[in-house]
Structure formats: structure tokens, C-alpha cells
Design a protein around this ligand. Structure first.
Ligand SMILES: [Zn+2]
Length: 135
């Protein structure tokens, strides 16, 4: 698989607004959600913004903190085009970190992380979305 480029569509939408926390909130409130992987500590879904139609690949990771009960969580939202979305859909529940790596995603994406014992942060990033440890 190849070609995880950022599509041009959706650039003026609130889901792409400058403030990453507001963009994420907008997406959470205005989305069509299709879950591909739904494990208790790892989740992959395709999310469509209902306002502009932009498709996002979202991955969510959770690592249990058995000592202090401050579980780390992270999620990222990477805009993809519909063609790539169809290919991911065909992989379905077999999508994992290796499959995501094969997509060679590279571009602007939204990252939200809650590190254990630290302040959460939300920001626009550029490049390849990282994988986080999860249980
Ligand atoms: Zn949008």
C-alpha cells in the first residue's frame, strides 16, 4: 500500500481549524464513526466529518498504569482520502500497527495524548503518526 497523502478537501472546515483541541472537539461532535478494531486498549476507526466529508483514520492507545492507576492514553486523527479509506476498510479488523505503517501516512494530523502522571496535550503534528505502547 502506498500514498497516504493529505487530501486538499476540508481545509476550510472547523475540523481543520488552528486550535487542535477545538478541532478534535468539533470532530467528536460532528462525525460518522466506523470502528474497525475495538480492543479494550487499542481502537482503530474511520471517522467522517459530517460538515465537510473529510475522512480520518483514528487510532487510540491505552497503557494501564498498574502502580498509580494513571493510565496513559493517546489518539491521533489522520486525514485520508476515500480511496485509502476503502482500502483500509477492506483490511477491516486486521488493521494493526504494521498495517498502519504500510500505509506510509505522512502529513498533517491531530494528536491528543494523556501521558501517565503528566498534563495532556493536543496539537497539530506533521509527519508520520507514531504508535504508542498499549496493553
Ligand atoms: Zn470537516
Amino acid at each position: 500500500m502506498e500514498g497516504g497523502h493529505n487530501p486538499a478537501m476540508g481545509e476550510d472546515c472547523l475540523c481543520q481549524q488552528q486550535d487542535p483541541a477545538l478541532a478534535r472537539k468539533f470532530l467528536l461532535d460532528n462525525r460518522e464513526h466506523r470502528t474497525l478494531v475495538d480492543e479494550s486498549h487499542f481502537d482503530v476507526s474511520l471517522i467522517r466529518c459530517l460538515a465537510c466529508g473529510q475522512l480520518y483514520l483514528r487510532a487510540w492507545y491505552e497503557l494501564i498504569d498498574w502502580v498509580n492507576s494513571e493510565d496513559s492514553q493517546a489518539d491521533w486523527w489522520f486525514p485520508i482520502d476515500d480511496e485509502l479509506g476503502d482500502r483500509i476498510l477492506r483490511v477491516g479488523s486486521a488493521v494493526n500497527e504494521s498495517v498502519i505503517d504500510l500505509l506510509e501516512l505522512n502529513g498533517r494530523y491531530l494528536l491528543h495524548a494523556w501521558p501517565s502522571g503528566a498534563t495532556s496535550y493536543c496539537q497539530w503534528m506533521d509527519g508520520r503518526p507514531p504508535h504508542f505502547p498499549h496493553d
